[in-house]
Every structure is written in structure tokens, then in C-alpha cells.
Ligand binder design. Structure first.
Ligand code: IMP
Ligand code: ZN
Length: 378
């Protein structure tokens, strides 16, 4: 698709803008090229037929049904600790290349006796992937490359602003453990206790996700309440389908963040706005899964205009063929936000992270620098 010059500039700005990603499912971020490689390996040893899946792996514009077919395939192909570590590493590299400076990944710990995988060993494999990644900090592209930026900094004494510095830092990654809605009371509790036990390793909270048409809120409540009692943050997938009883219960629970909130009745909408609970907005995901009819009618606009805390996220960039930069571009082009407003939106999300105060301060400083560079270029 040919872009006009102004659009091209906006695409580039969205790419280079420092960003905070708070809602990304590890296995939903897998590169299609890796999926294809893994499917080919299984095809060779006769474990699956590549021809059944090749089209859906290579396709970009997948239907909802094809997205779920892909999820099923992903879970067949990713049962090996080494592969989990590799996926994690590649996913982090991909987010770093999109100028994400803080990433909260989430994943559902899996156990599979046949391959000697326990929930704990699964999480350790993910953590190994996080440790293995020392991606160059993507802000370098924001700071270092445009002549005008370098010229302006040369005349100003800003010790933090070093245009000649190639590697300014690195992407900061934290992990949430997800409870799948198919899990039992005990399974959910096991995940929460594991997350709490491993919190010193960068696990910063709990997520509730999975097929929204499956499972009963009451099953997960003991585990989620226990997390809350420990002061451990909780994010909930909420109102992905109409379910007023559950939505009421989730709002009453007062989680630290809510994902999606596509189907809220008026009274629930008012409660959400009063609550001030930050919302993780995933535009493309909501459109692809038919939760929202078009971007124009997406509730981002109502939340933003009400000054409600929101953070722009991808959900499953590998499945929905999107990137975090593209999500910012969609926000800008459909709702008219300018680059400084996008930067402000991204900076505000630092408040909604589950990072500790020290890291939040570090991130704030980075965004201050980015604001300064932007000012120099306006
Ligand atoms: P994983 O937890 O790393 O295996 O990431 C994939 C899992 O995330 C899926 O099996 C679902 O449980 C969950 N997930 C991904 N996208 C969605 C969504 O849009 N709604 C609810 N759950 C989701
Ligand atoms: Zn999600």
C-alpha cells in the first residue's frame, strides 16, 4: 500500500516513539517464520501435516476461526523448554525493535508430563529467554539520528542527552503469569503461588485470560483474592463478551488493570469511569475478534475523552498481524492524536505498570528526554 508523505512521517514517528506495552501474550507474539520452521520440523518426523496449517501460518488477514486454529497449533508446537526460551527472546527483540522501552509480557504456565514440563520449569524457560535478551535500547533511534536533533543538542548543556551515544540502555521486561479460564480452583492457586514465590525474578503480577465463553469467575476468585491480599497486582480480561454478572463482579473486585472492556452496559461504564482502573486497549485484536465493529466506533475515544487511564497494547501481534507501532498509528490516524499526544499517552502508561518505583523513575527520565528531543524537532 502506498502511503502519502505525511502518513509515512507518522508511521516513522510511531515506530520511533518510546512505548510501554502492558498487554502481550507470549505465545500470541510468536513470529510466523518460527511457527513455520517448527511446523516443518514436525512435518518431517510425521507428527503433523504441514499442508493443513501452512496457509493459515502464512496468511496475514486471518479470520477469528483461523486465529484460534493458529493458537491450537502454537500450543502443539511449543512444548519444549528450549523453544519457549527462544520464543521469549525473539518476542523481546521484536518489541525492542519497535522502540518499546518497558514490556510486561504475560503467559500461562503449562505442565506436560510427557516432556517433563512443570508450571515452574515452563516459567523458568521464559525467564531464561528474558535473561538472554540484552537488546539495544530502541530510544537510540529517537535520539541519535536526525541532524536537527544533534545540532540542537550540541548547543545545549543537557548531560542526559548524548546524541553521540549509540546504546543508551535496554528494554526493561517484566512478566505476569496468566490463569487460563479453563483452569480449576487448584490450578489457578498453583499459578498465583508460583508467581508470588518467583516475584524476585521479575514476575510482577497475575492475569486472568483465555476463552471468555469458558469458566466461571467464582473458580478464580480465591486465587485472585489471595494475590490481592499479598499486595500482588492483578489484571483481568474483562467484558470480551456480554456478561453483566461477571463484569459487575470484576469491577467490585477492583483489579489493578482491565483488558478490553468491550461490552459494558451504561451502569458498568459509569462504574468503570468512577473506579479509575486503567484499561488496556487492543484495537486490532478487538476488531479481528469481532468484539468491536470498526475502529471508528471503538471505545478508546470515549475513554480518552473522559480522561480515563488507558494504555495502547497489541494483545497478540503474531496472531493479529500487527505491531505496537501500528496500533499507535491507528490511534493517530483514526482519532486525530498528534505525535506529542501519542508520546504523552505512552508516558502516562508508566503509572499503570506493575514495575517498582525505581524503575518507574528511570522510565520517566527516558520519556523526559524523548519529550525534549521532540520539542527540539517541532
Ligand atoms: P500464552 O499464555 O503465552 O500461551 O499465550 C496464549 C494464550 O493467551 C491463549 O491460549 C489464551 O489463553 C490467552 N489469550 C490470548 N489472546 C487472548 C484474548 O484475546 N482473550 C483472552 N485470552 C487470550
Ligand atoms: Zn489478551
Amino acid at each position: 500500500m502506498m502511503l502519502e508523505a505525511g502518513e509515512e512521517r507518522l508511521v516513522r514517528a510511531c515506530q520511533r516513539l518510546p512505548k510501554v506495552e502492558l498487554h502481550a501474550h507470549l505465545n500470541g507474539c510468536i513470529r510466523p517464520s518460527l511457527l513455520l520452521e517448527l511446523a516443518e520440523e514436525r512435518d518431517i518426523v510425521g507428527q503433523l501435516s504441514l499442508s493443513d496449517f501452512k496457509d493459515v501460518i502464512l496468511k496475514e488477514d486471518r479470520s477469528l476461526e483461523e486465529c484460534f486454529k493458529l493458537f491450537a497449533l502454537i500450543h502443539i508446537l511449543t512444548t519444549d523448554h528450549g523453544i519457549i526460551t527462544r520464543i521469549t527472546k525473539e518476542v523481546i527483540e521484536d518489541f525492542a525493535s519497535e522502540s518499546v522501552v518497558y514490556l510486561e509480557l504475560r503467559t500461562t504456565p503449562k505442565h506436560n508430563e510427557k516432556v517433563g514440563m512443570s508450571k515452574r520449569s515452563y516459567v523458568e524457560a521464559v525467564l531464561a529467554g528474558i535473561r538472554a535478551t540484552d537488546a539495544a535500547f530502541p530510544l537510540e533511534s529517537f535520539f541519535a539520528c536526525e541532524e536537527k536533533i544533534c545540532a540542537s543538542s550540541a548547543t545545549m548543556e543537557t548531560p542526559n542527552h548524548r546524541c553521540d551515544e549509540k546504546k543508551i540502555g535496554r528494554i526493561h521486561v517484566r512478566l505476569l503469569l496468566s490463569i487460563d479460564r479453563r483452569e480449576s480452583v487448584e490450578g489457578a492457586m498453583e499459578t498465583v503461588r508460583l508467581a508470588w514465590e518467583m516475584r524476585h525474578l521479575g514476575i510482577v503480577g497475575i492475569d486472568l485470560s483465555g476463552d471468555p465463553c469458558i469458566g466461571d469467575w467464582k473458580t478464580f476468585l480465591p486465587a485472585l483474592t489471595w494475590a490481592k491480599e499479598q499486595g500482588f497486582p492483578v489484571a483481568l480480561h474483562c467484558a470480551e463478551v456480554p456478561n453483566p454478572t461477571e463484569v459487575e463482579a470484576m469491577l467490585a473486585f477492583r483489579p489493578d488493570r482491565l483488558g478490553h472492556v468491550c461490552f459494558l452496559e451504561d451502569s458498568e461504564w459509569s462504574k468503570l469511569l468512577t473506579s479509575g482502573i486503567p484499561v488496556e486497549v487492543c484495537l486490532t485484536s478487538n476488531i479481528r475478534t469481532n468484539r468491536v465493529q470498526s475502529i471508528e466506533v471503538h471505545h478508546f475515544s470515549a475513554l480518552y475523552n473522559a480522561n480515563h487511564p488507558v494504555v495502547i497494547c497489541t494483545d497478540d501481534p503474531g496472531i493479529f498481524s500487527t505491531t505496537i507501532s501500528r496500533e499507535y498509528f491507528l490511534i493517530a490516524s483514526h482519532f486525530g492524536l498528534k505525535v506529542p499526544e501519542l508520546l504523552h499517552l505512552s508516558k502516562k502508561a508508566i503509572d499503570f505498570t506493575f514495575a517498582d518505583e525505581k524503575l518507574k523513575k528511570t522510565l520517566l527520565r527516558l520519556f523526559d528526554q524523548a519529550e525534549y528531543v521532540l520539542d527540539c524537532n517541532l
